[in-house]
Write a new protein. Structure first.
Length: 82
């Protein structure tokens, strides 16, 4: 996942790593990946991620999810799973 390398570095005294990890999580969320959203929610509760950054990631994630919806995909989903 994007952001893991910077996060795993555990050098939070170096704010550049934290900012870089956050940017990578937002990019990944904007591509429709669910895991960075879950992780950012946890990090928000611990004070590492601001509510504004989390809200921006949630909006970008929702836009990506909405962009992948289509009547054909919904019909295929119904056909496959009933």
């Amino acid at each position: 996942d994007l952001g893991c390398e910077e996060w795993d570095n555990n050098d939070w005294d170096n704010n550049d790593n934290a900012e870089r990890a956050l940017k990578h999580w937002i990019i990944s969320a904007a591509l429709g990946d669910d895991s960075p959203i879950e992780f950012m929610m946890e990090m928000s509760e611990e004070g590492y991620v601001s509510k504004d950054d989390l809200a921006a990631a949630l909006r970008a994630h929702q836009a990506a999810v909405d962009a992948t919806k289509s009547p054909q995909r919904e019909a295929a989903k119904v056909a496959k799973y009933g």
